[in-house]
Design a protein around this ligand. Structure first.
Ligand SMILES: NC(=O)c1ccc[n+]([C@@H]2O[C@H](COP(=O)([O-])OP(=O)(O)OC[C@H]3O[C@@H](n4cnc5c(N)ncnc54)[C@H](OP(=O)(O)O)[C@@H]3O)[C@@H](O)[C@H]2O)c1
Length: 261
């Protein structure tokens, strides 16, 4: 029996060639770090001009430099999406875009519902829900007017199923899934496809230390391991591109089979 190795997985992801997104501009929120940075790198590798965004100019510059070093095109727009003014400033600075990835989110340390502070509820709703809501409203009509586009929202397996001590984060992500369906209905007939990528546990600098803790859960999944940011990014790039022209309102789980079995 052939056992999958890291080399197999890398060889598979390395087969991506060509620049199918050439001529398109992609705005990726929260792309200074983690999954968003991988999405920015992947879209740029496929030819898109990528607008990298987040609060940290230093990390944003690192992502832009890495894209440029790999032969891609990107620029950084600093934005704090905690309030509407920040969202409007980002939309204005970004200008017309063909691809919008609503990725920025506040990850929330699990805690009992009764211990969740009101400010944390407001903050999580602002970044995880309100910012994507406002930004889509600012960007999607322009996409439609220019002939179409693609929006990919980052949901989560936590938005699909219950988990103790995760009520706030899960609620924000379930709302993102709902927004995808509503926006597919609203913007799809005008040429803008809207879909969700729902990652399972994915290794980033911030989550890496949690992975040992959840390995017993991952052991029961078909993949048997956590995801990689690049694997989530590949799903986003697929939904954003022309291989997905008949896909509207879908949720693509990238969770190693966690929610399937
Ligand atoms: N990692 C996982 O296991 C996992 C699993 C399921 C779903 N997801 C989803 O995947 C997406 C990316 O997660 P991640 O793990 O990559 O998160 P992350 O490493 O914490 O990165 C979050 C990004 O969002 C930005 N951000 C946070 N607050 C912001 C604000 N107020 N204004 C503007 N930007 C802000 C951060 O940039 P700055 O710090 O520069 O502002 C950063 O670039 C999220 O939607 C998350 O819910 C992740």
């Amino acid at each position: 029996m052939h056992t999958r190795t890291d080399t197999d997985i890398d060889a598979h992801t390395d087969t991506r060639t060509g620049t199918p997104l050439a001529g398109r501009t992609a705005l990726v929120t929260g792309s200074t770090d983690g999954i968003g940075a991988a999405i920015a790198r992947t879209l740029a590798a496929r030819g898109a001009m990528v607008i990298v965004s987040g609060r940290s100019a230093e990390r944003g510059r690192d992502v832009v430099d890495a894209i440029a070093a790999a032969g891609g095109r990107a620029r950084f727009v600093r934005a704090d999406l905690a309030d509407g003014a920040g969202v409007r400033a980002l939309a204005e600075a970004a200008g017309p875009v063909d691809i919008l990835v609503n990725n920025a989110a506040m990850l929330i340390t699990p805690s009992p519902t009764a211990d969740v502070a009101e400010e944390l509820i407001d903050g999580a709703l602002a970044v995880n829900v309100k910012a994507a809501f406002l930004l889509t409203g600012l960007v999607a009509p322009g996409m439609a007017a220019r002939g179409g586009g693609a929006i990919v929202n980052l949901g989560s397996v936590n938005g699909l199923r219950g988990a103790a001590h995760s009520a706030l984060y899960s609620a924000t992500k379930a709302t993102v899934h709902s927004l995808t369906a509503s926006w597919a209905a609203e913007y799809g007939p005008r040429g803008v496809r809207v879909n969700t990528v729902a990652p399972g546990p994915t290794v980033t600098d911030k989550t890496v230390l949690l992975m040992d803790h959840i390995q017993p859960v991952l052991d029961r999944t078909p993949a048997g391991r956590a995801g990689r940011a690049e694997e989530v990014a590949a799903a986003v790039a697929f939904l954003a591109g022309d291989d997905a022209t008949h896909i509207h309102g879908a949720t693509l789980t990238v969770d190693g089979g966690l929610t399937a079995v």
